[in-house]
Ligand binder design. Structure first.
Ligand code: FAD
Ligand code: AMP
Length: 479
């Protein structure tokens, strides 16, 4: 086999594997190098997303949600269940099976599309040569016309809470608890901290989330953040903002965490497990030879332009190692864009229309700009909101927390952002994403026919509310 390729992708996560498949579909000779080994030392494709991120976390969220339904929700519908129990091992094994199936599926897709898979470590050398070190230690040099760097990200460690592997864990460890911790501490009230905290809270842990920032979920629309804080409190998640962790000490089977509270006073709290979820950082360790010529920015991200080209011609970088949100779908779309460009097509990605989701219950999902960003820009805009409490379908499902909020330009009516908190927010947001992608106005959505009864009618009603014409709520008087 020749070791010369049209495209070599380093990293087989959702950025890299999608780029490799797309390149092969477009007739390019494509290869993908992936270093991941599972607990049994078997090579695995799929990266963070499939192995220890999006998919396994959602598997546990779905299992724990069903348990919560059985213990708390069924009785509302008149369903009596007795002796409900949770077999945590079975839940975690189910999650592992899903991961096995999906990662194996990527290997199948590589075969079907003719992508050459290299199992081991890739390092970019000068002149688009790539050094490949297989898991058995053998080394060969590959050549390519184009290289795509897609080496992803790893969890940030903080000195006050170094991982111990059993008691102090990162997201990976938190997906593998084999029993429900009685007292669970979570450092960081970001997406990962809230999702994993929710899983274990539903299964019975007392969960305390320590968040250094004073503002809860500062990254999202503050209407959503306030609603979420209220609901999570009702669910029993103890979220302490302004709480900066300064130290931790493992004492036998537990860990004592020291933190400065919102008043700056030192507090101590003891947990059986501690999840450190303080963010992720780009991973490029050992991936770039000194003379590869690829520039990083001051935060360690690979420096790229709008079309993911690095400063070295023919070398691209995508996903978590480049600027922008660390999201699987953002990585994948960049992979598609870059493969298209390499194949000689015109391609670009609309970074204004990348949705974000937090998969708690209710879910939080948003796209475009939020109210505080628009106010800071001095933009003139109008807001339409519709609560799920007024949705017949949400009522039928006993899932009435939250609302849809649509923000439109005051003059042109063009949709600038959509922010949803509710049971199906992750799926509903796609409607707003499509609308924004097509440059729709709020009126375009208002004039669209939505099936009844569906929770998506709340999107319709929020669009109607933008101009004070919602039907199923009393509209705010407009000036
Ligand atoms: P990665 O998925 O990190 O893949 C990079 C791959 O490159 C890895 O497999 C790594 O082994 C490999 N690699 C690195 N260096 C080399 C090398 N030199 N040679 C060979 N291989 C190499 N995002 C969402 O959109 N939705 C979610 O619901 C979501 N949930 C998440 C939950 C958790 C707990 C976590 C941790 C993350 C979650 N994310 C979610 C984020 C998402 O997983 C990442 O944004 C996504 O995986 C980034 O894709 P990537 O291809 O850039 O990198
Ligand atoms: P995210 O980047 O969305 O995963 O969120 C990580 C969160 O962890 C951020 O909101 C940080 O403010 C928070 N964080 C970082 N360091 C600490 C710390 N020492 N104590 C408490 N929270 C922290």
């Amino acid at each position: 086999m020749s070791n010369k390729f049209d495209v070599i992708v380093i990293g087989g996560g959702p950025g890299g594997y999608v780029a490799a498949i797309r390149a092969a579909q477009l007739g390019l000779k494509a290869a993908c190098i992936e270093k991941w080994l599972d607990k049994d030392n078997k090579p695995r494709l799929g990266g963070t997303c499939l192995n220890v991120g999006c998919i396994p976390s959602k598997a546990l969220l779905d299992s724990s949600h069903k348990y919560h339904d059985a213990t708390e929700e069924f009785k509302v519908h008149g369903i009596g269940v007795e002796g409900v129990s949770m077999d945590v091992n079975a839940m975690v094994d189910r999650k592992d099976n899903i991961v096995n199936q999906l990662t194996g599926g990527i290997a199948g897709l590589f075969k079907a599309n003719g992508v050459t898979s290299f199992e081991g470590f890739g390092k970019l050398l000068a002149n688009k040569k790539v050094e490949f070190t297989a898991h058995d230690g053998s080394v060969e040099t590959l050549e390519a016309d184009n290289v795509i760097l897609a080496t992803g990200s790893v969890p940030v460690n903080i000195p006050p809470a170094p991982r111990t592997g059993d008691i102090i864990v990162d997201n990976e460890g938190a997906l593998d608890f084999r029993e429900v911790p009685k007292r669970l501490g979570v450092i960081g009230a970001g997406v990962i901290g809230l999702e994993l905290g929710s899983v274990w809270k539903r299964l019975g842990s007392e969960v305390v989330v320590l968040e250094a920032q004073d503002q809860f979920l500062s990254l999202c629309d503050q209407d959503l953040a306030k609603e979420a804080a209220k609901i999570f409190k009702k669910q029993g998640l103890d979220i302490r903002v302004g709480a900066r962790v300064t130290g931790s000490e493992v004492k036998g089977e537990e860990v004592e965490v020291t933190f400065l509270d919102a008043k700056g006073e030192e507090q101590k709290q003891t947990f059986d497990k501690l999840i450190v979820a303080v963010g992720r950082k780009p991973f490029t360790d050992g991936c770039l030879a000194g003379d590869s010529g690829v520039n990083l920015d001051e935060r360690g991200f690979v420096f790229v332009d709008e079309q993911c080209a690095t400063n070295v011609p023919g070398v691209f970088a995508i996903g978590d190692i480049v600027r922008g949100p660390m999201l699987a779908h953002k990585a994948s779309e960049e992979g598609v864009m870059v493969a298209d460009i390499i194949a000689g097509h015109k391609a670009q990605m609309n970074y204004d229309c990348v949705p974000s989701v937090i998969y708690t219950h209710p879910e939080l999902a948003w796209v475009g700009k939020n109210e505080q960003q628009l106010k800071a820009e001095g933009a003139k805009f109008k807001v339409g909101k519709f609560p799920f409490a007024a949705s017949g379908r949400a009522m039928a499902a006993n899932d009435t927390d939250g609302f849809v909020k649509i923000i439109a330009d005051e003059e042109t009516d063009r949709i600038l952002g959509c922010h949803i908190i509710g049971g199906h927010a992750a799926d509903l947001i796609a409607q707003a994403v499509i609308a924004m992608e097509f440059g729709s106005t709020a009126e375009d959505i208002a004039l669209t026919v939505f099936a009844h009864p569906t929770v998506s009618e709340a999107v319709h009603e929020a669009a109607l509310a933008v101009d004070g014409h919602a039907i199923h709520i009393a509209n705010r008087k407009r000036k």
